[in-house]
Design a binder for this molecule. Structure first.
Ligand code: PMP
Length: 462
C-alpha cells in the first residue's frame, strides 16, 4: 500500500484513487491510504501487486470457499463460454446448467422447496423475497399483510429494500432508509443484550416476547414476514441463544407470518451443516443464497420458494399475464455452470466432512485468544468466528471509535500476512472451507500476534 504523497503518478494505486468509488470504504481515508491491489490467487492465498502473499482469512467476502485457484471452476466457465456464453430465462427460455442447478438445490434444501429463482447478488435475492411476500399476500386476498420484520444488526444487502432489512446504521444514515413498513426487532446477542445472570433460554424467551409485542403493537394482520440469517455473520457473528428459533417460530406460526432464511453466508457448509437452517431448526418458506453457491467465482444468487408461495405466484402471474419480475442475468449460463461445478466439488471432496473435522480446531484456537486483554468476547460456530475488541472486559466498554482499534488489529494482521476484516469492534474470521488444521493454527497465531501489536501500540499512546 503506497500512502499519500509517496503514491507514484500513474501507479495502479493513483489510478484507483482517481477513478473508483469503493463500496464500504471511508472515502477520505482511502484517498490518503490508497488501495490494496491484488494481482492473483493461489489456494487460500492472494498475492498483491507488489508480490506480498496473504492468507485470505475471510474467503474474500465470506465466499471463496474453494480458495482462489480452483481450475475446475475455470474450466467449467470456459466450457460454458464456448457452448453458450449468454442466454436469459425470460419468456420461458432455459438451458441445461440452470435446470440441473435448480434440481440440485431443491434436492439439497433443508425443507421441501418447489422452485428456484435466480439472481446475481444476495441483495437481489432478498429484494425478490420481499416482492414475493407482497405478491403472495395480494394473491391470497390479504393485501394488508405487507410489513416485514428484520432484526437490529442484521445484514441482508444494500439495494433499497434489502438495505432497509439490514439493521446497521451506516446502511440507513443519509440514505433516507429504512423504507416504511420494514421494522426491526431485537438482535439475539446475549453478550450485548443479555441481562446479568440471564441464561440463553431466558434471553431467547425475552426475544420472542419482544417480537410478539411488536407484532401485536402493529396489528398481526399487517405483518407479512420475518427475515433471519440463521447465524448473524456480518452483524457480529451472533450465534442465536439456545431455543431462540423454536420460540421465534412459535410466534410466527401464531400470527401466520412467513419466514425467510437468508443463507447467503451460512449456506453450503459454513456452519458444519449444509444450511444454517438445519443447524438451528428453521423451517423457512423461502431461502435466499449466494456467495458459496459459486465459491465466489461468478456472481449468482438464488431464492428457493416452497409450494405454497409458488402456488400463489402461479395464480397471480397467470391472472396478470406474466410474473413481472426478473433480471437480464437471472440464471446466467456461465454463472449457473460454475455454481453447478462448485456443488459437485463440495460433494466429491466431502467439503462438509472437512469443515466438521477442522471447525473444532478453529473454534478452540480462537477460544485460546479469549483471555487476551483486548478481547471482550469470542463467538463462532463451524468455520466462522469473531473476536470482539473491548477496552474493558468487565463492563464491555468499547474503545472510542475514533481510535479505530479493531481496524488497527486488521492492519497488524495484514502486516503479518493475514487478511481478515474489522467491522465495528469485531475481527471476523471466515476462511476458505478448504483450509487445513495447520493453516488455521497459523492464522489464529498471527491474529494473536496482531492483538499483541495493537496492545503495544495502545500502550505507546498510538
Ligand atoms: N445477506 C447476507 C447474510 C450477507 O452477508 C450479504 C452480503 N454480505 C447479503 C445478503 C448481500 O449480498 P450481496 O452483497 O451479494 O448483495
Amino acid at each position: 500500500m503506497i500512502g499519500g504523497n509517496d503514491r507514484r503518478a500513474n501507479s495502479l494505486e493513483a489510478r484507483d484513487v482517481a477513478t473508483i468509488l469503493h463500496p464500504y470504504t471511508n472515502p477520505v481515508v482511502h484517498e490518503a491510504d490508497g488501495p490494496l491491489v491484488l494481482a492473483r490467487g493461489d489456494g487460500i492465498h492472494v498475492i498483491d501487486s507488489e508480490g506480498n502473499r496473504y492468507v485470505e482469512a475471510l474467503a474474500g467476502l465470506f465466499c471463496a470457499s474453494l480458495g482462489f485457484s480452483e481450475s475446475r471452476l475455470v474450466e467449467a466457465a470456459h466450457r460454458q463460454m464456448q457452448a453458450l456464453p449468454f442466454y436469459h430465462s425470460f419468456g420461458g427460455r432455459s438451458h441445461e446448467p440452470a435446470i440441473e442447478l435448480s434440481e440440485r438445490l431443491i434436492a439439497m434444501a433443508p425443507v421441501p422447496m418447489s422452485k428456484v429463482f435466480f439472481a446475481n447478488s444476495g441483495s437481489e435475492a432478498n429484494d425478490t423475497a420481499i416482492k414475493l411476500v407482497w405478491y403472495y399476500h395480494n394473491a391470497i386476498g390479504k393485501p394488508r399483510k405487507k410489513k416485514i420484520i428484520s432484526r437490529q444488526r442484521a445484514y441482508h444487502g444494500v439495494t433499497v429494500a434489502s438495505a432497509s432489512l439490514t439493521g446497521l446504521p451506516y446502511t440507513h444514515k443519509a440514505f433516507d432508509l429504512p423504507l416504511a413498513g420494514i421494522l426491526h426487532t431485537d438482535c439475539p446477542s446475549l453478550y450485548h443484550h443479555g441481562l446479568p445472570g440471564e441464561t440463553e433460554e431466558q434471553f431467547a424467551t425475552r426475544c420472542a416476547q419482544s417480537l410478539e409485542a411488536l407484532i401485536l403493537g402493529e396489528d398481526p394482520d399487517t405483518i407479512g414476514a420475518f427475515f433471519a440469517e440463521p447465524l448473524m455473520a456480518s452483524g457480529g457473528c451472533i450465534v442465536p441463544p439456545a431455543t431462540y428459533y423454536e420460540k421465534i417460530q412459535a410466534v410466527l406460526r401464531r400470527y401466520d407470518i412467513l419466514l425467510i432464511a437468508d443463507e447467503v453466508i451460512c449456506g453450503f457448509g459454513r456452519l458444519g451443516t449444509l444450511f444454517g437452517s438445519e443447524a438451528f431448526g428453521l423451517k423457512p418458506d423461502m431461502i435466499s443464497m449466494a456467495k458459496q453457491l459459486s465459491a465466489g467465482y461468478q456472481p449468482i444468487s438464488a431464492l428457493m420458494v416452497n409450494e405454497t408461495i409458488y402456488g400463489a405466484v402461479r395464480e397471480q402471474g397467470g391472472a396478470i399475464g406474466t410474473f413481472g419480475h426478473g433480471f437480464t442475468y437471472s440464471g446466467h449460463p456461465v454463472a449457473t455452470a460454475v455454481a453447478l461445478e462448485t456443488l459437485r466439488i463440495y460433494e466429491e471432496r466431502d467439503i462438509l466432512g472437512h469443515v466438521r473435522a477442522v471447525a473444532p480446531v478453529m473454534q478452540a484456537a480462537l477460544d485460546g485468544l479469549a483471555g487476551h486483554p483486548l478481547v471482550g468476547d469470542k463467538r463462532g460456530m463451524g468455520l466462522i468466528g469473531a473476536l470482539e475488541i473491548t477496552s474493558d472486559k468487565a463492563t464491555k466498554t468499547p474503545f472510542d471509535p475514533a481510535l479505530g482499534v479493531a481496524a488497527k488489529v486488521g492492519k497488524f494482521a495484514q502486516a503479518r500476512g493475514v487478511i481478515t476484516r474489522a467491522m465495528g469492534d469485531m475481527i471476523h474470521l471466515c476462511p476458505p472451507l478448504i483450509i487445513t488444521a495447520d493453516e488455521i493454527r497459523d492464522v489464529v497465531a498471527k491474529i494473536g500476534g496482531a492483538l499483541d501489536d495493537t496492545l503495544s501500540w495502545l500502550e505507546r499512546g498510538n
